[in-house]
Design a protein around this ligand. Sequence first.
Ligand code: HEM
Length: 231
Amino acid sequence: MKNKNLISLTVSIAFFILASTGILLYVKQKAHFIEMTHTIFGMLFISFAVFHIMNNWDSIKAYSKDRKTGSIKKELVVASLITGIILVLSVTEVLEPIAEFGKIFASGDKRPSTINFAEKKTQDSTSGQPVVLLIQKNKGASSSSLSVEVADTTGKVLETLVAPEKEMKGPPANLLLQTKIASPVPFDIIFTFSQEGKTSKVSRRVKTMDSGVQGLAKEDGLIERAYLDVQ
Ligand code: HEM
């Protein structure tokens, strides 16, 4: 077995793995095992590349200097110029857009997402039972305006907790509603979503007004989650 050939082959295979993991890192595929494999093969590559360069030092010298006259060859000048210019442009961060271009392949925004809730207080002067109603709209319904009513089980509206908004300022938010409900259980809370003249209604039956939090929503395309907190 020839050591020189073994080193050349190892350097080639290590380079292939190093380049593959390097490209994955460039496109922000930064799973820990990819970073680790890249670093380990980087070390293996460097260790073997040193011997590879030593084994081929005579060739490198021959490419760089004329053996008879001892003068520097054009190829060495051009290679030094190319790498020198790129080194200066890298250190001065001029090439940052190229180094960071792989970001466009990164999946999603890693910042925690935020949601807005408009805080409203209604029925302040009524004698009903204080409740807090939290409604997070589904993505598809996020720009709808919302009204909330209480109806008996036959559908007759007994109370209006939130009237339809006539004029909306800014993006319509989810709702954190502090209100009072005077109707006896069981009753339905009716949510009316309106958007560009279209209205959709969903209702949730409330069977108990014992104090505590109860979930109101099942997935229906309009409400992501809703909770009634009876105080
Ligand atoms: C084919 C050659 C190589 C390519 C294409 C390459 C590419 C990359 C890229 C794109 C990154 C991610 C940079 C970032 O966004 O933060 C990276 C990270 C890194 N590279 Fe390389 N690289 C190569 C060779 C090497 C070599 C020879 C070493 C020597 C050990 C090395 C060691 C590292 C280390 C330690 C990191 C940081 C990994 C981490 O985040 O834990 N790379 N490389």
